[in-house]
Ligand binder design. Sequence first.
Ligand code: FES
Length: 385
Amino acid sequence: MDDGAHLEALEHPIPEQTLRRIPLYHQILAEMQARGEAYVSSRHLAQFFRIDDTQVRKDVSLIGYKGKPKAGYSILGLKKAIEEFLGINYENTAILIGAGRLGSALSQYPGLAQYGLRLVAIFDNDPARTGSVLGAFTILPMESLQRVVRSFDVGIAIVCVPKDAAQSVAGRIVSLGIKAIWNFSPTQLAVPSDVIVRSENIALGLAILSHYLKRRKKDDSAAAATARQNPPQKLIEILAHFQPKRESLVQILEDTQKAFGYVSRDSIGHISDFLNISRESVLETASFYPVFRMDPPARYRISLCRGENCARKGAVEFLEAIAKELHIVDGETTPDGLFSLELVPCRGLCSDAPTVTVNEKVLDVKTVDALVRELSALAHSQNPS
Ligand code: FES
């Protein structure tokens, strides 16, 4: 069964995408709070995910929190409401099964406690491991599982066993009354419908990372060399407004993108030098938020409204025409760097629907043919031959 659907079918009748965004809102709010900010608007939060601000308001109302008209959301209030919603304020007792490399590393991860997870025991069925010490724990044999689960009122089991053993371990956990499994084994677990399973597909994650690293390797080595040179004046001016603290990172990235139109590899190097943190950690944050672009903007930046009125009046046909003519979809740029496409929320220009802009200028086109003519004229103005 798909884990997302599974989660949705349980206590929270909340869409999976919302559930995924909620911890990210928490992270953004924590960073803003560390910078001493007090209020945030739904529009500001929306831009991190490239979603409509009405979607943010929907997400927040599902948490059961209300903002103040004009002021927006209290950062402290919303953060607390999220903590309450996610149960971060309550301690959940967890056990970990499988003390191999992954299990060992996870058991030492300080973020577990940060999110209210109290690890009470680690188990393994390998006699070579049981009895040995891992951090604050002595690895216990599987025979002790029932006693520990009953004694400590365990709520969550973290499963890090090999694929072949995962299903039988899950069966055992479920028979002891545990209702939440965090599964790191590369297999889907079949469990009763009242048990929540969250699976982490590490193999898939690694495949994506490896593809990403392959694409970026060349750029990164060039950027590492240029990062040793001085930053451009504009970036020096941006950095001058900040304390060299990790909490400033998101705001620095925002200002950098505003100034240059994107966050270049060079900028990432300079920012990491300024904050005295690794390039990887700057890159990780920049890639984490869809709002940050790491490639230069195209010469013609097409924005197409994905609001309801525009969709009814032909935006979908426009989208298809752009895909057919330019071979790009939302978030992509043509290989020659001439055109990019971004789907944007309603801009309040519904009377002109469907709304399409190029470099922020509204195009006066109402039919697909007119749009295609405009695009072709732009392409030829760049390439007159
Ligand atoms: S729905 Fe497109 S501008 Fe309002």
